[in-house]
Design a protein around this ligand. Structure first.
Ligand code: SF4
Length: 754
């Protein structure tokens, strides 16, 4: 569980020199985000300045964190890197695979049985390679990272989009795909386009019913789900300093909902208090020595409009509690306007469930403030109209709030306490009656509220708000209840009013826990056996992809010409397929099943050129593979957009597709294809897309001369014998061509050549 004070001190030891050099190179004062970026360059001390939103830069993150669903493929790949130990401190967290149904104890037992082989694998592979393992029930990845590992001025990556939560402790923490995590765990650099910067100046002070959650609900309303794309959001101002560290975590957490690369806050007293309360006074002592480097230069916050690409100002004293939704987290409604909005849109007013917790809002402060509302309901003799559920963020939180009577308070209203895990936040909620798909409303303190996200019911209208508002709304049972102005009727028929919530930022008696659920890795893991059953349908050890044979690819068949949008979800669908994330062969049965065939307008229906019959894409590709016939995929614009899911690149590679030729790529997917030893190519002339015919056979004419900056020539032989020769561009550099030649980037790492 150790928080690596030596690593942190090492980061701080070089920070001043690197930031000072960067300031000189850039020629102006620096934001906090820039200080962290420039002090984590792979090259060490900066030798040049970078252009925001343009330059791709190699970084050296300090830590890696993985959750159980994404860690499976990441660690299966890491096993091929030929390393005895991870290169940077890494942790694995079992939180996504635990379903919420009956309550913590039973649900955890069920998960430990159902996903035993996955947990055993993650435990053993962590033990072997020096990775800290957090067992099922220990808590949610981001809460545990904040409680144990995050530190001001640090940089980390994690295989989960809400890794950004650690910005609450002044980090730059960024969600990535498994392939990026494998690189960093293997001792390689990590590439990121130097982000743009959005400044959010917080003036005033939160009070009454308004909570940190309302800041990000308001920001999401302003910026929308795409407004933060490619940018770091940096919060500052007196309002930021007056807020708790965990409140800052909530705000950064939901930065993922506006598409931001990450969000962060400058080092301040709230962070000192939180670090000290979570047993990390040593980090405070170290951070205090470089405190001026852990926030922006004073001039930046004095004249922010000069230093940020975009600036937003929010006065916390005027901010109203917000309720965002349904179906999208950027649809913000101030509580005072909910009556009108709900009526105008026909949203179900009756609230069925109130859910508090998740990685977004399960701090001590959150729980104690929500409990203060529940206490009032009990004191006033109000029977809550909706059901309540909580999923604590960590065992440390759960143990402490149980000790302090907060859980007992919730239980007075019949609250179900689910496992310290994601549960309803990720659709792992076996909600009674959800299969009837009735239109209904729930409110929760989570971050995402897309259709079906919580309970699988597309007609569940999920609204996101603060924990204290969840409590008030669930007690009232009405979506349009405004606790600031409205009264409730108690069980005796009397009119009563709830007063604003109160709570403790940190537990007065300190945090406590009996068994946090941490497993330290073996000091020497060389004799540890990694547990993977050969008969498992969920886990499969990977075999290295074959190296290139040095010849032109010839006689390749067109597998599919995908038309229109083809995201990573179209290429490797999620939903029920999540179960097979650790089994490449099984999950490959979802390859491209969501893509539209340009020739028949159908999804998952392509012509098998060997038989002439139409079948599902994976079936046809497996037939080509069995016959030893190579194939290529053709696609449209922005192919592979959406996520960094490496399965979308691994599956075609595994099934024998040689190249993906498109009008344009989403960059992360393009890189992922390269890493897996695939040819990722773009039409030199986009109009050539129209020349591709359904029965085409493809020959590469000059792959043997594959070189940086030199287009490749492909011959498309049509069914009538006619031919089109087209040029395909690529963005491979020498190193990446090395990945192709070796069969994958991992093969090269394993050979000690990367
Ligand atoms: Fe993701 Fe929800 Fe789990 Fe947080 S609690 S890590 S948002 S699934």
């Amino acid at each position: 569980m150790a928080f690596d004070i030596e690593m942190i001190e090492k980061v701080y030891a070089t920070m001043a020199a690197r930031v000072d050099k960067a300031r000189a190179l850039v020629g102006r004062p620096l934001t906090l985000s820039e200080k962290i970026l420039y002090s984590h360059l792979w090259e060490g001390t900066p030798s040049q300045s970078f252009t925001r939103g343009k330059d791709y830069v190699d970084f050296a993150p300090d830590r890696v964190a993985c959750q159980d669903a994404t860690a499976q493929m990441a660690l299966l790949q890491f096993m091929h890197a030929g390393k005895s130990k991870v290169a940077v401190p890494t942790t694995v967290h079992c939180d996504h695979l635990i379903q919420a149904k009956v309550g913590a104890k039973t649900d955890l037992q069920v998960a430990n049985t159902q996903s035993k082989e996955v947990f055993d694998f993650l435990s053993s592979v962590s033990n072997k390679y020096g990775i800290g393992f957090w067992k099922p029930g220990s808590g949610i990845i981001h809460q545990i990272v904040l409680e144990n590992y995050a530190f001001p001025g640090g940089m980390m990556i994690g295989t989960d989009s809400h890794t950004v939560n650690a910005g609450g402790l002044g980090m730059l923490a960024i969600g990535v795909g498994g392939a990026d995590a494998v690189d960093v765990m293997s001792g390689m650099s990590w590439e990121l386009k130097f982000p743009k910067l959005i400044g959010v100046k917080l003036t005033g002070k939160l009070s009454g019913w308004t909570a940190p959650k309302d800041v990000i609900l308001k920001v999401a309303d302003i910026l929308t789900v795409k407004g933060g794309t490619g940018a770091i959001v940096e919060y500052f101002g007196e309002g930021a300093e007056s807020m708790s560290c965990t409140g800052k975590g909530t705000i950064c957490n939901m930065g993922a909902e506006i598409g931001a690369t990450t969000s962060t806050f400058g080092y301040d007293d709230s962070m000192r208090r939180y670090l000290a309360a979570t047993g990390r006074q040593a980090v405070v002592n170290a951070a205090d020595k470089v405190a001026s480097y852990l926030t922006a230069d004073a001039e930046v916050y004095a004249n922010p409009e000069k230093y940020f690409d975009q600036l937003i100002e929010i006065n916390l004293s005027e901010l109203e509690p917000h309720i965002n939704g349904p179906f999208t987290p950027d649809r913000g409604t101030p509580v005072s306007q909910m009556k009108a909005e709900a009526a105008a849109n026909g949203w179900p007013i009756k609230v069925e469930w109130g859910l508090i917790g998740s990685c977004t809002n399960s701090s001590y402060e959150d729980m104690s403030r929500a409990a203060s509302i529940v206490e009032q309901a009990v004191a006033h003799g109000i029977t809550p109209k909706a059901e309540f559920g909580i999923n604590p963020g960590s065992e440390q939180i759960r143990y402490t709030i149980e000790r302090d009577g907060i859980i007992a308070t919730f239980e007075k209203l019949g609250t179900k306490v689910f496992t310290n895990a994601c549960g309803p936040c990720i659709g792992q909620w076996d909600r009674e009656g959800a299969d009837k798909q009735e239109k209904n409303t729930i409110v929760h303190s989570f971050n995402r509220n897309f259709s079906k996200r919580a309970d699988g019911n597309p007609n569940t209208h999920a609204f996101v708000t603060s924990p204290e508002m969840v409590a008030a709304i669930a007690i009232s049972g009405r979506l349009d209840f405004n606790p600031i102005t409205d009264s409730l009727i108690n069980d005796k028929g009397e009119e009563v009013k709830l007063v604003a919530p109160t709570g403790d930022e940190l537990p007065k008696r300190g945090f406590d826990v009996e068994d946090a659920g941490f497993q330290a890795p073996a000091a020497d893991g060389s004799s540890v056996q990694v547990a993977v059953s050969e008969t498992s349908d969920r886990l499969q050890l990977l075999a290295p992809f074959e190296a290139w044979d040095g010849k032109n690819v010839t006689g390749a068949k067109l597998l599919i010409k995908a038309y229109g949008k083809c995201t990573t979800d179209h290429i490797s669908m999620a939903g029920p397929w999540l179960r097979f994330r650790g089994h490449l062969d099984n999950i490959s049965n979802n390859m491209l099943i969501g893509a539209e065939n340009a020739f028949n307008g159908k999804v998952n229906s392509v012509k098998n050129q060997i038989t002439g019959e139409y079948a599902e894409v994976p079936v046809v590709q497996r037939a080509y593979k069995a016959a030893g016939v190579p194939s290529i995929v053709v696609g449209d614009h922005n192919y592979g957009e959406g996520s960094s899911r490496e399965h979308a690149a691994m599956e075609p590679r595994f099934l024998g597709v040689k190249a993906v030729l498109v009008k344009s790529f989403a960059r992360i997917h393009e890189t992922n294809l390269k890493k897996q030893g695939m040819l990722a190519l773009t039409f030199a002339n986009e109009a050539d897309y129209d020349k591709i015919q359904e029965d085409d056979t493809i020959n590469f004419l000059d792959l043997t001369e594959f070189a940086p900056g030199k287009p490749l020539t492909l011959e498309f032989v049509h069914a009538d014998g006619s031919k089109d020769v087209i040029l395909a561009n690529h963005t491979y550099n020498e190193g990446q061509i090395g990945w192709f030649v070796a069969g994958s980037a991992l093969n090269l790492i394993a050979a000690g050549k990367a």
